[in-house]
Design a protein around this ligand. Structure first.
Ligand code: DOR
Length: 443
């Protein structure tokens, strides 16, 4: 045992990179996993090593959530980097990639640097920030650093961050090599349908205004441009069976796609139960879409999972459609929602860990993350797969204070979350002095 060992996790059910489980121990030294074996308890100096008894718990690589909206700077009344990262820690999310629709918009190196400085001061987990495309900031898009990539809102946005003209989109796809992540909805179709359905206040109309065809049109255009320039493309929150079918037939090796838990387990029936809390962009779809998305995920047509955590206050959500903002929080429920699906037979635990960690690290080329193996960063989550507990509003850490899954009985709740070898959450308690690190993205 190395003298630098500072954490020993005892007798967890450890998910190995092979997808198999080993009941055993993990030692952590200097923020990284040192050893994984069935028994590492000999020669432990209990005065210097923290020992976690993990008997009965399952150890997974920490979740990397590759699409979140954390509202700082500028919209901190909804969420801020501290409250959001507390929610992450509680949800087993050890790293996140955040989107540029803050105030000011993250469209320059200076605004990116500002977010990075804020995160270094406030974030309990690891962080990375997208640079947002406008029709004018190509030089920034080429040089901004560090960033997982360029975010383009092809639709569902207003102001500078909306880039919906094909010529402007093509200029971005044609220049540079870095990853382009698209919110694919066709703004012209949405505008036209907003007029057609004007006056309707039932939030269920949202899924018809921003319909499957609006999503398909934009995804087709993004694919066309990506193929023309062989440009690395990531399709954010794929929501329709139509898009999944398109990708099944024609997905170049340099294209990836993600789906949110809510697009897998919620559908248009949710409007009846939770009204505008179910309103998001791209909207919830039909039960048939749920089914096709699930199959696409299982078959590898969809590569991984993101929450699109997009908090809005209950006051804003009570305004009445169409004056309500779109978006729902997700970071503290995503892992139990997906693990519950696994326990109910939809998929395996290993698949969930792949979709929520390993595959994300691979797609964004984040080194040393996404696996439980010596040399990897000690970003880990211990979950309890034996008990079911409800999602309770009063336990939520997100500043918006609500969840679309309230009352759902879930299993796989994080018991302990570890970031860079430090326990950041343990059985209901957050260790708010812990700070994450800026993520690196290999070229
Ligand atoms: O529903 C959404 N809300 N979708 C997005 O892409 C943006 C987000 C937000 O920032 O509120």
């Amino acid at each position: 045992m190395s003298s630098a060992t500072n954490l020993l996790i005892r007798q967890a059910r450890i998910l190995l990179p092979t997808g198999e489980f080993l009941v055993g121990d993990v030692t952590i030294s200097d923020g990284q996993i040192a050893q994984v074996a069935s028994d590492l308890s000999t020669n432990i100096d209990e005065t210097t090593v923290k020992i976690i008894d993990a008997a009965g718990l399952t150890l997974l690589p920490g979740v990397i959530d590759p699409q979140v909206h954390f509202r700082e700077p500028g919209l901190e009344y909804k969420e801020d980097l501290f409250t959001a990262s507390c929610a992450c820690a509680k949800g087993g999310v050890t790293s996140f990639l955040e989107m540029p629709n803050t105030r000011p918009l993250t469209t320059t190196q200076a605004t990116l640097d500002d977010k990075l400085q804020r995160a270094a001061k406030k974030c309990l987990v690891n962080y990375g920030f997208f640079i947002g495309a406008t029709a004018e900031n190509l030089p920034d898009l080429l040089t901004a650093n560090p960033t997982p990539g360029i975010k383009i809102f092809m639709g569902s946005m207003h102001g500078q961050l909306l880039v919906d003209a094909e010529t402007a989109l093509e200029a971005i796809f044609a220049h540079g090599k870095r990853l382009i992540a698209v919110h694919a909805e066709d703004q012209a179709r949405i505008n036209q349908r907003k007029q057609e359905f004007a006056g309707i206040t039932d939030p269920a109309i949202h899924s018809q205004i921003q319909d499957n065809q609006a999503a398909l049109l934009a995804t087709q255009l993004a694919l066309k441009l990506s193929k023309k320039y062989q440009r690395r493309l990531h399709i954010l929150h794929l929501s329709t069976g139509d898009e999944a079918q398109l990708l099944r037939e024609d997905k170049p090796s340099w294209v990836t796609a993600e789906v949110t838990p809510q697009h897998l387990v919620l559908n248009t029936e949710a409007y009846q139960k939770i009204g505008t809390l179910a309103q998001m962009n791209p909207p919830l779809r039909s039960p048939k879409d749920n089914e096709i998305l699930w199959q696409a995920l299982l078959d590898g047509v969809i590569d991984f999972i993101a929450t699109d955590h997009a908090p809005h206050t209950l006051e804003e959500k009570a305004k009445g459609y169409p004056n309500t903002p779109s978006g729902m929080p997700g970071v503290e429920t995503s892992l139990p929602v997906m693990l519950t699906q696994a326990m109910q037979g939809k998929c395996t635990i290993a698949q969930v860990a792949n979709w929520m960690s390993t595959a994300v690290a691979k797609a964004y080329k984040i080194p040393n993350k996404g696996a439980i193996a010596p040399g990897y960063d000690a970003d880990l989550v211990l979950v309890d797969l034996d008990n079911y507990r409800p999602v309770l509003r009063e336990e939520l850490q997100t500043k918006c204070g609500w969840s679309p899954f309230e009352g759902w009985q879930l299993t796989g709740w994080p018991v302990i979350t570890i970031v860079g070898g430090n326990v950041v959450y343990e059985r209901g308690k957050l260790f708010t002095e812990i700070r994450g690190k800026v993520l690196r993205f290999d070229a």
